[in-house]
Structure formats: C-alpha cells, structure tokens
Design a protein around this ligand. Structure first.
Ligand code: DSN
Length: 431
C-alpha cells in the first residue's frame, strides 16, 4: 500500500526524501538512545485534520468556540496519562521536552535563582541549566554529575554540594547516564534543604512503566517527559505535578494557585499559544499503547538488550562508562584509544550503525570530538530484536571499531550484512 499517495502526486521531491529516510532506517541499526519507532496509529493521529485546529486554553475553558470534540481528545490524553503514570495532574500541551522543562522554571523559580542540575558534558540536558541555554543564562546552575572514577552518582558529594549551595530546585534526569537513578536518595537531599525535586524522565519513561527503573512520580514535586523517544508517541512533551506546593509558605506565600494550576499557567499562556491537537491526539494514542502488557514487555526487553550488548562488548575487551548499564543505553569509553568518539561514531554510521559521539565521565577530549559513543537499544527492541541479536550487533560494532583507520575498505561489506539482517525484522510505522 502506498503510504503517501497525495504527497507523491503533489511534491515528488519531498516524497522521495521521506521514502529514502524510511528505507535508510529500515536497513540500518538505529542506536540513537533517544529514538524509537511510533506506530501507524500514532502517525495517523499526528497527521490527522486536527492539525487545523485552534484551541487556546484548556478543556472546558477555551478562548475559541467549537472545541467540544477536541476537549474530549485532550481529556483522553490526560486521563490515559494519569492512568499510565499514576500522577495527580498532567499537562499534555508542551510542544516538546524543552518547553516542558521551561515551564518548570516558570513555575518554581525566579530569574537568578539557583538550581542543581547536570551539565551537558556530564550527561545532563541543555535545559537542566547548561550555560548556552536559557536555563543557564537566566538561572544559576550548581553542577553535579557522575564521579569521574566510578561513572556513578556519589550521593555524599551531591549532598555536600547541595548543603553548601542550597539551590531552590534539584533536577534529576539525564541523557547519558547508564545506571538506575535512585530518586529517594535525591529526595532526602532536597528535603534537607527545602528544595523542589524535579525529575526529567524523557529518556527512561518506558523503563519506569515496565517497572525496571525506580519511579519518581510519587516522590517528586514535578516530573517532565517527552512523548517520543522510547515512549513511541509524537514529538511532544508533558508535565506531571503534585497539586500541593509543599514549599508554598517559604516560596509562594501570596499565590492563590496550587502547584499544578501554576504549571498550567506557565505552559499556557505563560509560554505557549494554541496547543497542537493533532499531537495531543497522537499522545493519547501512544498512552493507550503504553498501557498494554506488550508495551511493558518492550520496556523490559530494552533493558535486557542493553545489558546483553554491554556484556558482549565487555567480553570483547571494550571499556564502558560506569562499567556497564542497567538502563537502555551504554557508552563506549575510548579514552585510551588514539581515535575519538567522533571518529568511531562516523565509522559506525558508514557501516550502518547509527549512534552519536558522547562525553564520558572524566573525558579529557573536547565535547566536539569526545572519547565516547552512546548506544541505545529502544529502536532495535521496537523492531523485535532480543538478546541473541545483541550479540550479533556487538560483533559488528567490534569489527568497525577494530578497523577504524581502514573503515572505507570494510564499511560496505558490514553495511550489506546489517541491511540483510534488518530484513528479518519489522520496523514499526515504516514498513
Ligand atoms: N537530544 C536528546 C538526546 O539525544 O538525548 C535529549 O533531548
């Protein structure tokens, strides 16, 4: 069946590029840790006529008439999101993860306030207070990160920093941390200094849903996430919050709004205009899928696959940041090699393994080349790959990394083998 018959007719140039990208993804190993595959249903909702709709406001309180039906759609997303994560309140309007995080700053902090977060080179996100982002220029980041020696969080060190700097908010979340995050440890630190505790679970939400990663929702004041990545929904964000502001007396004595009402105000009208109803509909579809036992099994398998991939690479003599993984990602540590993380990522991509170069804890190289490569298993798991397939993937990674200087002689052979191997799996939403 032709997926894009109208586009094919009206815009052959764009049609060709979209097809090419789908074919490229179907014939390579997509190992970007923040990617996976949305289903046909999610894509259909996202590409629906709801894209035409304006509905500024929230269900039951819009600034436009004619929103009775879309109110039901946004409420579906809200109810399913609450059921999925067991949260008190969820705002499904943020356009993506960064605007979701921006709304947290607008809810909890004033310009110039201190927050504790991980710098990007330590594995944090741009919006966790990194200097080139609004969150670093308008607010003051107190940095923390995994120990350069162990690659894991040192809670004594983190507590010491928190007691000394007394930030108003602590971000707990990462884009490149391969270990489980113990939110209860961070909660104890936040409680000691009366700080808000905020988790960003964009990278690990499916692991939490599957029960293979600790759940921050009961412990944190606010939890943000994207709905794409391993959750396999549309590119968007959402914010879950407690109703009660436990630091109201200290920080917001005058406010007539509770915490979740303040989050809603921060998203709209504070930061955004009309919500993207087509995207919210797709989020509702993704939440429904994520409530199924099949999705939980996918979350469990993501972690099993990452563990097996790590084991196979360790057996072959590779060093991994933090010594391994118990999440969806691992970071090859090439500090002792002459080639950089960037050299390795480029060689892997030439050979059909798509990943990204990444800093490792204690990295002596610049963030523009790094000593690491981040590898994730969500997309391969969504295609149906299991532990034995990870052993094969480790074999190809090994062949590439052993032949970096001669990769042009090897790449097309490896790429061909991978394309053949991928034919044995189904790429959700692609083919
Ligand atoms: N840029 C994403 C990642 O790749 O981790 C996070 O937003």
């Amino acid at each position: 069946m032709e997926r894009y018959p109208h586009l094919k007719d009206t815009d052959s140039e764009l049609y060709r590029l979209i097809k090419q990208e789908a074919e490229y993804e179907a014939a390579t190993l997509k190992m970007i840790a923040s990617e996976s595959y949305a289903s046909y249903s999610v894509l259909e909702a996202c590409g629906s006529t709801l894209t035409n709709k304006y509905a500024e406001g929230y269900p039951g309180a819009r600034y436009y008439e004619g929103n009775e039906i879309v109110d039901q759609i946004e409420n579906l997303a809200i109810e399913r999101g609450k059921q999925l994560f067991g949260c008190e309140h969820i705002n499904v309007q943020p356009y993506s993860g960064s605007p979701a995080n921006q709304s947290v700053y607008r809810t909890l902090l004033k310009t110039g306030d201190k927050l504790m977060g991980m710098p990007v080179p330590s594995g944090g996100h741009l919006t966790h207070g990194w200097k080139v982002n609004f969150s670093g220029s308008d607010y003051v980041q107190v940095p923390y990160g995994p120990s350069p020696e162990t690659g894991k969080f040192d809670m004594n060190q983190i507590r010491e920093t928190a007691l000394k700097e007394r930030p108003k908010m602590i971000w707990v979340g990462a884009t490149a941390y391969p270990h489980k995050i113990e939110y209860s440890d961070f909660k104890a630190v936040a409680d000691e200094i009366d700080a808000y505790l905020v988790a960003d679970i964009a990278h690990i939400n499916a692991l939490i849903i599957a029960g293979v990663h600790p759940d921050p929702v009961p412990l944190c004041d606010i939890v943000t996430s994207t709905s794409h990545k391993m959750l396999r929904g549309p590119r968007a964000g959402f914010v879950m919050s407690k109703t009660d502001d436990r630091h109201k007396a200290k920080y917001n004595p005058e406010s007539k709004l509770n915490l979740s009402q303040r989050v809603d105000r921060a998203v709209f009208p504070g930061l955004q205009g009309g919500p993207h109803l087509n995207v919210i509909a797709a989020m509702a579809a993704a939440f429904k899928e994520a409530l199924t036992p099949e999705f939980k099994a996918y979350g469990v398998q993501i972690a099993k696959n990452a563990k097996m991939l790590a084991e196979a690479l360790l057996e072959k003599g590779y060093a991994l940041a933090g010594g391994g993984t118990d999440t969806h990602l691992l970071i090859l540590d090439f500090r002792r090699e002459e080639f950089t993380g960037k050299d390795a990522a480029k060689a892997l991509a030439k050979s059909g393994i798509i990943a990204n170069f990444n800093m490792v804890p204690g990295d002596p190289r610049s963030p523009f080349v790094t000593s690491g490569v981040r590898l994730g298993t969500p997309s391969l798991t969504a295609m149906g790959m299991k532990e034995n397939d990870m052993r094969k993937v480790a074999g190809w990674i090994d062949r590439v990394c052993k032949n970096i200087v001669r990769i042009d002689e090897q790449a097309s052979q490896i790429r061909g083998e991978i394309a053949e191997f991928c034919k044995g799996f189904k790429v959700p939403g692609c083919c």
